[in-house]
Design a protein around this ligand. Structure first.
Ligand code: SAH
Length: 226
């Protein structure tokens, strides 16, 4: 890539950040999030989204829109990635699980902020591609596993945060169990064809869970494995 092209992408990325910021402002009463955190802002300003989306989507990489990534899958608009990240309140020492690696973009955004990211993808071709791209981009703190995210990743649990990026009719019990007390999970909940809501679940210190609906959303379904 030429220096001029790199500069173009940087300019498009800056515009995307501004658009995401404006959307935070529009939705702040629904989400209860007043503004994008500096950590998330820095992460989305840095991650080279154009190197994670499929080649035919490069020109659209910095639009604040969902994009097709092949295998019938779609990645969320940057705003949803940003707000999902903010909703788990990530900090540097955290270990986070993502379900639905897709392009690897959400994993990269998380990896800019937290210590370790474990991400599970059920479609082998997508998982392998994302793992290769993330390695090329230098993310050494992300591990991709091909498998069924319903079961979580028990060997690496408990997690300080969990981000589920495909919609489920209800919260997979294994994921609840793998959340550390005080930890937060973001998950789009809703039956197929029904309205979905992005929901934040906080595991309380006493073992109970608090649940809060954040936004109506549209995600591809979490497919049951096996
Ligand atoms: N977070 C991704 C976008 C995810 S789209 C990104 O930033 O690009 C949802 C992804 O979830 C798809 O790639 C889909 O294949 C995957 N998926 C669906 N069901 C799954 C399951 N049971 N376990 C793991 N991944 C699953």
């Amino acid at each position: 890539m030429s220096a001029a092209q790199a500069q173009d992408f940087a300019a498009l990325r800056a515009r995307m950040v501004a658009e995401v910021e404006a959307m935070y402002a529009e939705t702040r009463f629904e989400t209860g999030v007043a503004a994008m955190s500096p950590a998330v802002r820095a992460a989305i300003a840095k991650v080279e989204r154009h190197r994670l989306v499929p080649p035919e989507q490069v020109a659209l990489a910095y639009r604040n829109h969902p994009l097709p990534i092949g295998s019938g899958q779609t990645i969320s608009q940057p705003y949803i990635v940003a707000i999902s990240t903010d909703l788990i309140a990530p900090v540097a020492g955290h270990t986070v699980l993502e379900v639905g690696t897709g392009s690897g973009y959400q994993a990269a955004v998380l990896a800019e902020i937290v210590g370790r990211v474990y991400t599970i993808e059920i479609v082998e071709a997508l998982g392998k591609r994302a793992a290769a791209r993330l390695a090329e981009l230098g993310y050494r703190n992300v591990e991709v596993r091909i498998g069924d995210g319903y079961a979580g990743w028990p060997e690496k649990a408990p997690f300080d945060g969990i981000v589920v990026t495909a919609a489920a009719p209800r919260v997979p019990p294994a994921l609840l169990e793998q959340l550390r007390p005080g930890g937060r999970m973001v998950i789009p909940l809703g039956a197929e064809g029904a309205i979905q809501y992005l929901v934040v679940i906080t595991r309380r210190a006493d073992g109970g869970y608090d649940e809060r609906r954040v936004l109506p959303v549209r995600f591809v379904p979490l497919v049951p494995g096996r």
